[in-house]
Ligand binder design. Structure first.
Ligand code: SF4
Length: 288
């Protein structure tokens, strides 16, 4: 049996940076609050909790006066910055530069379109932290489209009005093919549509590479947190080319008896999966 770790898997730049900033702060101060889970990855969260990281919510701000709260790579809406100021909380802003640029782009387009009666549409997961941050740039007016069915429903019900100027953006971690399909359908319906492919290159470049990697192995062990939406997309992509694909949250969940002596086992993960988790999975497989 051969075991290969996908060279393109592991945390993306934005998540890696947020974790490293948190660790540096914890080494110096011992405690740090993070607004929501710093990464959709329970094993990594447990490791950081042992160093003193505590996840908090908006409702906790009033009791955190004088404390420091980290904003994770997903970013936050403007209301969070106002809340922190009003609560006397200092922020360490780890919003990924790619997300920050997208927030600014959406805010500018919203200002431009508002005066022309237009609409901003965001292809993404409703309620996801990054999407909340993006919608916040439009004072809550952007329309979130989750899927093709959702788009059809919104066109039918008039929530999206194709006779108005429209601008389509994407959450950074969405599937490029799905985004292309949504853009094509909207183009068909609306003449005044601008499309901004804002999928992060860290993600879109992974799709092609991961598809090739999964197809070249006989078994895939995909390591990612249950809450990782990017993990769900990337795992489905693996499964579409390799039916012997298994998704596990930690190396210990790898099912027994699934390997054959001549297997090539590929180990890979989401943009929130750390390198140490991939290495641990590889060493566990080697001992099976
Ligand atoms: S996926 Fe891309 S945009 Fe999102 S946090 Fe990672 S590097 Fe930033």
């Amino acid at each position: 049996m051969r075991i290969i770790i996908d060279v393109h898997s592991g945390c993306c730049n934005g998540v890696r940076k947020a974790i490293s900033v948190a660790e540096d702060y914890l080494d110096e101060h011992g405690t740090l609050y993070s607004l929501g889970a710093i990464v959709h990855n329970d094993a990594e969260i447990r490791r950081l909790e042992q160093k003193g990281l505590r996840a908090v919510g908006y409702q906790d701000f009033h009791s955190l006066k004088g404390s420091t709260v980290l904003i994770r790579a997903h970013g936050e809406p403007p209301s969070t910055y106002r809340l922190a100021e009003a609560s006397g909380v200092s922020l360490i802003d780890c919003t990924c530069p790619v997300v920050l640029a997208l927030q600014k782009k959406i805010a500018a387009k919203y200002r431009e379109l508002s005066s022309a009666g237009g609409q901003v549409i965001i292809f993404g997961k409703r309620g996801h932290a990054e999407v909340n941050g993006l919608v916040g740039q439009t004072d809550g007016h952007a329309v979130v489209v989750e899927s093709m069915d959702d788009l059809e429903e919104k066109l039918l019900s008039g929530v999206i009005d194709p006779s108005r100027p429209l601008a389509l953006f994407s959450q950074t971690t969405k599937d490029p093919e799905e985004f292309a399909a949504v853009a094509a359908r909207l183009r068909q319906a609306a003449s005044g549509l601008e499309v901004f492919d804002t999928i992060c290159r860290n993600v879109s470049s992974r799709h092609k590479a991961l598809r090739e990697f999964a197809a070249s192995c006989s078994v895939i062990i995909f390591v990612c947190g249950r809450e990782s939406s990017n993990g769900k997309v990337l795992f489905e992509l693996c499964r579409s080319v390799n039916p012997r694909s298994y998704k596990v949250e930690s190396a210990e969940e790898i099912p027994a008896g699934i390997f054959r002596p001549d297997d090539i086992v590929g180990i890979c993960g989401a943009t929130s999966t750390t390198r140490w988790q991939l290495e641990k999975a590889a060493s566990l497989v080697a001992g099976m």
